[in-house]
Design a protein around this ligand. Structure first.
Ligand code: FE2
Length: 497
């Protein structure tokens, strides 16, 4: 029998404290309203074993915890950009980790799920996740950052019985491209050799890897899964997510695009879409993953179903519960491991050399400029066989402008008067997209794309049409007020039994 090394033992010791969570739901507090959803599930006699809660305001988390009672409520965080070099020296990042630690203790969470991805690179902001640069330096930096975050949790004294939650990094989705010099499973293998973190394997995200790494050109989906899992550190997977996939809103009903893809016998250009129905194909993939004997430490299996109709969530979860009722039977009960307690509190032995971090910083700065169309995809991360940029242009010319103008807040609906006046002046909104990526800008406080969009639009108007600044600022103030109100928990949620 193989004797686990110190990093592995540290992971196992932390894992030992996590009870099996079973079949759960990973939910947003606000969309759909979590209490309406839980009420509908109860009415249908459908009870999730656990509810993973996506990042929300502390008052909303407290209300959820009160209403949910004894149920297990692990946390799905947001805003820790662990892929980025240098973050641990940033006081704003350390404050953010403290904030998340506080949220974790409010929910008494056994783990923190966080995407191994970012929405902020070198001062450029995005609405949806960008995967890391899959390079050796990229893996080393994620590992170092993951160790630092775990160490902050370990030092925090607010966790019940000193049981600090385990950091789980999630395999991120690909949206049309991937860059790097390593295969994705190799990146995660190298990262977990250094950091004692757990992982979340998201089945839909794995499908996007099949699609946008170009693997579909050479192997079947079944063979792709087997080969991916052969290299991926599957024993570190503590939770599995399953969510919807869909075509991008701007990609639907574009006949020439569809025809071209059909002619190439290409899988659909689906992207991660929590609001869309879950394609049956993902459950076939899940069956294959669950049957892999190296998946030994699974504690939870959840549908990730935010921004979706309540009736569809209830239907999908009922079917899911029926199909996977046996997953957490005796065979998957956790086994005792023999580790010393002090091994849990491991501190990093190695740190990434400054020169490596600085080179990675430059590579990420280039990454931000390439994906926004300001630079061409040259250099090893963009030209090795492990990179795939066949559809990078779709990201640059369709996905990203849509994200800035429509996704997570339609600019025309947010700033109707400012936009009308810009129209009158013959100034197209595409100029706002160009403005967005013209230069890097620092963001303040917890990352929130809606608030970033508001500030950026005001700045855009200030520079492009200064005579309209009063209108833009007034509209921005109204938006911020409405947003604060919407993020308060409803009186029914706070006061209800
Ligand atoms: Fe996920």
């Amino acid at each position: 029998m193989e004797i686990p090394n110190l990093v592995e033992r540290s992971f196992l010791r932390r894992l030992e404290r996590i009870q099996p969570h079973g079949l759960g739901l990973s939910l947003d507090v606000y969309s759909p309203d979590i209490f309406t959803l839980l009420g509908a599930l109860r009415q249908r006699q459908v009870f999730p074993d656990y509810v993973e809660i996506f990042r929300a305001a502390p008052a909303a988390l407290a209300a959820v915890r009160r209403r949910i009672g004894e149920s297990l409520t692990p946390y799905h965080g947001e805003g820790l950009w662990l892929t980025q070099p240098g973050i641990c020296e940033d006081p704003a990042f350390l404050k953010e980790v403290e904030t998340i630690a506080h949220h974790l203790s409010m929910l008494d969470s056994a783990w923190l799920t966080h995407e191994c991805a970012t929405k902020s690179i070198a001062g450029y902001s995005y609405g949806t996740y960008l995967p890391p640069l899959y390079t050796e330096a990229g893996a080393a930096v994620v590992a170092e950052n993951a160790i630092a975050v775990q160490a902050i949790f370990d030092r925090h004294d607010c966790f019940v019985n000193g049981r600090s939650p385990l950091l789980l990094l999630e395999l991120p989705p690909l949206t049309y491209f991937v860059a790097g010099t390593l295969s994705i499973p190799t990146f995660f293998r190298l990262m977990t050799q250094v950091a004692p973190c757990g992982l979340v394997l998201d089945v839909g995200h794995l499908w996007t890897v099949f699609r946008y790494s170009g693997a579909w050109r050479t192997v079947s989906l079944e063979r792709f899964i087997d080969e991916f899992l052969e290299e991926f550190p599957l024993h570190r997977v503590v939770q599995i997510h399953v969510a919807g996939l869909d075509l991008h809103a701007a990609d639907k009903g574009v006949p020439e695009v569809c025809l071209r893809r059909e002619a190439m016998d290409c899988p659909p250009s689906w992207i991660d879409a929590h609001g869309a129905p879950i394609p049956p194909l993902l459950f076939e993939m899940l069956d294959r993953i669950l049957s892999n004997p190296r998946l030994t430490n699974l504690r939870g299996l959840a549908l990730e179903v935010d921004t979706k109709a309540v009736s569809l969530i209830v239907k999908e979860f009922s079917e899911f519960q029926e199909r996977y009722a046996g997953v957490f039977s005796e065979a998957r009960r956790p086994k005792k491991t023999l580790c010393r307690d002090e091994e849990t509190q491991m501190t990093p032995k190695r740190s990434v050399p400054a020169a490596v971090k600085s080179a990675l910083e430059s590579a990420y700065e280039r990454y931000a400029r390439i994906v926004s169309g300001q630079a061409e995809p040259v250099g090893p991360e963009w030209t090795q066989p492990t990179a795939c940029i066949d559809e990078l242009n779709l990201y640059r010319s369709v996905y990203l402008p849509y994200e800035i103008l429509s996704w997570g807040g339609d600019v025309r609906a947010m700033f109707p008067e400012s936009c009308d006046r810009l129209d009158e002046k013959g100034m197209p909104l595409s100029a706002f997209v160009e403005f967005w990526f013209r230069c890097p800008r620092a963001t303040e406080g917890s990352y929130d794309f809606f608030l970033v969009k508001i500030s950026m639009f005001v700045e855009f108007v200030r520079q492009a049409a200064p005579e309209l600044i009063d209108i833009a600022e007034r509209e921005a103030d109204e938006l911020r007020r409405a947003y604060d109100l919407a993020n308060e928990p409803s009186p029914q949620a706070v006061g209800g039994a």
